[in-house]
Design a protein around this ligand. Structure first.
Ligand code: ITT
Length: 198
């Protein structure tokens, strides 16, 4: 079975490809479809944005689509950056710029108040317009230094307290077992398992 992953984020593509390994599913990247328009993420929730991406890409490609909308929420910042995570420091901001903006905002906040959650809403959208969605949440803390070279986005400053490692220090297969995206994907796999292939 062929599934198009509606994401231009190479970090997400690497992780989802790893998760699908051995399931007999061909994951096709969005870069294979030159004519898919840029999608404006103007929804008010992770679900709205994920659904919008999935629907548009399915309509353009005529294929079953997986879409992920995700982000980081910091409690002491009232949930920021939330749905604006990828463009926190500006429309074309790099991961590095987003991390710098977040660390500046958290400058005088003590470590124990830097609780954070990664959220992922994963949508499976079929050719007949029916869909299912799954949500994963991953709790951690934002630290003041960058540690590790794996992953992407806010991973170098997201500490997983139980492991005493940042998300960027974890090998991809470990991150995938426990992360927000990994949890959402595990629910999808549990619900559909073998049927995904049909
Ligand atoms: P697509 O919409 O094309 O998938 P995007 O990067 O714009 O790519 P989102 O709108 O879902 O995707 O924004 C997600 C942002 O949240 C992402 O750019 C990171 O900054 C952050 N993020 C999400 N999951 C993450 C993870 O596992 N590790 C680190 N940062 C993550």
């Amino acid at each position: 079975m062929k599934i198009v992953f509606a994401s231009g984020n190479e970090g997400k593509v690497r992780e989802i490809r790893e998760m699908l390994e051995g399931m007999g599913i061909e994951l096709v990247s969005l870069s294979n479809y030159a004519d898919v328009p840029e999608i404006v993420e103007d929804g008010k929730s992770f679900l709205e944005n994920a659904l919008k991406k999935a629907k548009i890409v399915s309509e353009y490609t005529g294929e079953t689509v997986l879409a992920d909308d995700s982000g980081l929420q910091i409690e002491v910042l009232g949930g920021e950056p939330g749905i604006y995570s990828s463009r926190y420091a500006g429309e074309k901001a790099t991961d590095e710029e987003n991390n710098t903006k977040l660390l500046t905002k958290l400058k005088n906040i003590p470590q124990e108040k830097r609780t954070a959650f990664f959220i992922c809403v994963l949508v499976l959208y079929r050719r007949d317009s029916s869909y299912d969605y799954f949500e994963g949440k991953w709790r951690g803390q934002i630290i003041d230094e960058r540690r590790g070279n794996n992953g992407f986005g806010y991973d170098p400053i997201f500490l997983v307290p139980e492991l005493k490692m940042t998300a960027a220090e974890l090998p991809v297969e470990i991150k995938n077992k426990i992360s927000h995206r990994g949890q959402a994907f595990a629910q999808l796999k549990k619900k559909f398992g073998e049927r995904l292939k049909n």
